[in-house]
Design a protein around this ligand. Structure first.
Ligand SMILES: Nc1ncnc2c1ncn2[C@@H]1O[C@H](COP(=O)(O)OS(=O)(=O)O)[C@@H](OP(=O)(O)O)[C@H]1O
Ligand SMILES: Nc1ncnc2c1ncn2[C@@H]1O[C@H](COP(=O)(O)OP(=O)(O)O)[C@@H](O)[C@H]1O
Length: 203
C-alpha cells in the first residue's frame, strides 16, 4: 500500500525511467591513480575508461588535474611542497568519492613516491580500493606529443621545472599496472585497466 502511494506521487516520465535506474550496474568503488609524465596519455586513457564504465551505468568520475588546480588547488604552483599538497587534496576527495561506490579516475602526474604512498595509505586505512597505474610513455615520445606545448616552451627556455625534463619524476617501482602507452593504443590501455579492476573485485 505504502509503495503504491509513493509511486502515485511520481510523474509518469520518472516512473517509466525507474526500471532502467534499478538495472544500472553498481560498483564497489575505488581510486585509480594514473601517474606519468606530461602528455604521457593519462587523461586520454582515463576518459576512455570513463566512457566504458559510464556506458555500463556505473558511477565514475575523472578528477582532472587542470580543473582541480583551478578550483580546489588555486594558487598552488609546481614546487615539491605544492605538488605534494595538491596530490594530498586530490587523494582526500578521491577516497571520499570511492568510499561511496564511485570509480574515481585520477590522471595527475604525482611525481613524488612519498606523496603517492600517503594517498595509498589513506585508502588502505579506510578499506577503500586503490590502484596505482604508471602510464610509462618515455619522455622523448611525450615531448613529441606535447599536448600543451610545455616541452617546446621548456626547450625555448620560456619555462623551467618541467616534470621529467628539469624537475624530478620518481617512477613507481612496483605499480599495480604499467601501461606502455607508446606501444599500445588507447582502447588496449583502457581494456587492461578494466581487466585489472575486474580481477581485483573493484567493479
Ligand atoms: N612545470 C610543470 N611541470 C609539470 N606539469 C606542468 C608544469 N607546468 C604546468 N604543468 C601542467 O600542469 C599539470 C601538472 O599538474 P598536476 O596538478 O596534474 O600534477 S602535480 O601537481 O604535478 O602532481 C600537467 O598536466 P598534464 O600534462 O595533464 O600531466 C601540465 O600540463
Ligand atoms: N597510445 C596512446 N595512448 C594515449 N594517448 C595517446 C596515444 N597515442 C597518442 N596519444 C595522444 O597523446 C596525447 C596524450 O595527452 P594527454 O592524455 O592529455 O596526456 P596527459 O594527461 O598524460 O598529460 C593525446 O593527444 C592522445 O591523443
Amino acid at each position: 500500500m505504502r509503495a503504491a502511494r509513493m509511486t502515485e506521487a511520481l510523474p509518469n516520465e520518472l516512473l517509466n525511467e525507474l526500471p532502467n535506474e534499478l538495472e544500472r550496474n553498481m560498483s564497489v568503488g575505488a581510486t585509480v591513480w594514473l601517474t606519468g609524465l606530461p602528455s604521457a596519455g593519462k587523461t586520454t586513457i582515463a576518459r576512455a575508461l570513463e566512457a566504458r564504465l559510464g556506458a555500463e551505468g556505473r558511477p565514475v568520475e575523472v578528477l582532472d588535474g587542470d580543473e582541480i588546480r583551478e578550483f580546489l588547488s588555486a594558487g598552488l604552483g609546481f614546487s615539491r611542497e605544492d605538488r605534494h599538497t595538491n596530490v594530498q587534496r586530490i587523494g582526500f576527495v578521491a577516497q571520499l568519492l570511492a568510499s561511496h561506490g564511485v570509480t574515481v579516475l585520477v590522471p595527475v602526474i604525482a611525481p613524488y613516491a612519498d606523496s603517492r604512498e600517503a594517498v595509498r595509505k589513506r585508502h588502505q586505512a579506510s578499506g577503500t580500493g586503490y590502484v596505482e597505474v604508471h602510464v610509462a610513455t618515455p619522455v622523448d615520445v611525450c615531448s613529441t606529443r606535447d599536448v600543451k606545448g610545455l616541452y617546446a616552451k621548456r626547450a625555448a627556455g620560456e619555462i623551467s621545472g618541467l616534470t621529467g625534463v628539469d624537475d624530478p619524476y620518481e617512477a613507481p617501482a612496483d605499480p599495480d599496472l604499467r601501461i606502455p602507452a607508446h606501444e599500445q593504443n588507447v582502447e588496449e590501455s583502457a581494456a587492461a585497466l578494466y581487466a585489472l579492476l575486474t580481477e581485483r573485485g573493484l567493479l
